[in-house]
Design a protein around this ligand. Structure first.
Ligand SMILES: Nc1ncnc2c1ncn2[C@@H]1O[C@H](COP(=O)(O)OP(=O)(O)OP(=O)(O)O)[C@@H](O)[C@H]1O
Ligand SMILES: [Mg+2]
Length: 224
């Protein structure tokens, strides 16, 4: 579902974030992307979503080439992706439920079904009791779970989570990884960037992609 061949990304200021990346991610896989700060993990997720385009090489996500001039199809592609941003990007002044519903705009879901799907997603992340709370009144961990609910309520084929373990202690980090992984199925891949290499290195069920410092290269292991 994600194929990259010789992908490079050089930003307009001349910074090369990704250099000659090859990868092949298949439906149903759990993929961890690790690597030091600045090694290009977020940049890679931006390419997956068509927020940036490769400056060299080719990238195909869910059958769609990520390239300039493809704006309509890239909008279509984004409907199949559930992103969990590092800073969550929830809308203040709205409840948890409203935020999840906002994430479902423009999707092909029958209006009568929207609330039910949103409520299901919020209960799956353990927030059935907080649906009507304003997001600014939630704890950090609860806010993160609203962001996950918003992503998965879209019933995406690709879940992308950028540093979901960032602010968490070991037990909570493991819980969040498990929660994200619970949304994986035979059609849906879950891609997670994380600094917490010590938590994931023994996970044999996952594909590990290690971005190297300076992003001049990349190592892979554990193709599931
Ligand atoms: N919009 C941009 N313009 C110029 N350079 C950028 C831009 N975004 C990122 N970079 C640079 O690209 C490189 C990769 O950044 P990226 O954010 O992908 O790293 P990362 O692996 O996600 O790091 P972190 O672990 O700190 O989140 C860095 O050198 C960064 O400064
Ligand atoms: Mg990052």
């Amino acid at each position: 579902m994600i194929e990259a061949k010789g992908v490079c990304l050089t930003y307009p200021d001349g910074t090369t974030a990704l250099n000659n990346i090859d990868m092949n991610i298949k439906p149903g896989q759990l993929v961890y992307i690790t690597g030091p700060s600045g090694s290009g993990k977020t940049s890679l997720l931006k390419l997956f979503m068509g927020v940036e385009y490769p400056t060299d090489g080719t990238m195909k996500v869910l059958g769609q080439y990520i390239e300039r001039g493809n704006a309509d199809s890239i909008r279509g592609l984004r409907r199949k992706i559930g992103p969990v941003f590092q800073d969550f990007r929830l809308v203040k002044g709205r409840t948890a439920m409203e935020n999840v519903l906002l994430g479902m705009r423009f999707l092909d879901i029958a209006p009568g079904q929207l609330k039910e799907n949103a409520a299901n997603a919020l209960s799956k992340v353990g927030l059935e009791h907080k649906m009507k709370s304003l997001v600014e009144n939630l704890s950090w961990g609860e806010t993160q779970r609203v962001a996950i609910a918003r992503a998965v309520a879209r019933k995406p084929l690709l879940i992308l989570a950028d540093e979901p373990t960032g602010n968490l202690d070991k037990d909570n980090a493991l819980r969040i990884l498990e929660l994200l992984n619970s949304f994986r199925d035979s059609n849906t891949a879950v891609v997670i960037t994380t600094h917490a290499t010590h938590l994931i290195e023994k996970d044999q069920s996952a594909v590990h992609i290690r971005m190297l410092s300076g992003s001049m290269n990349m190592e892979r292991q554990g193709m599931a």
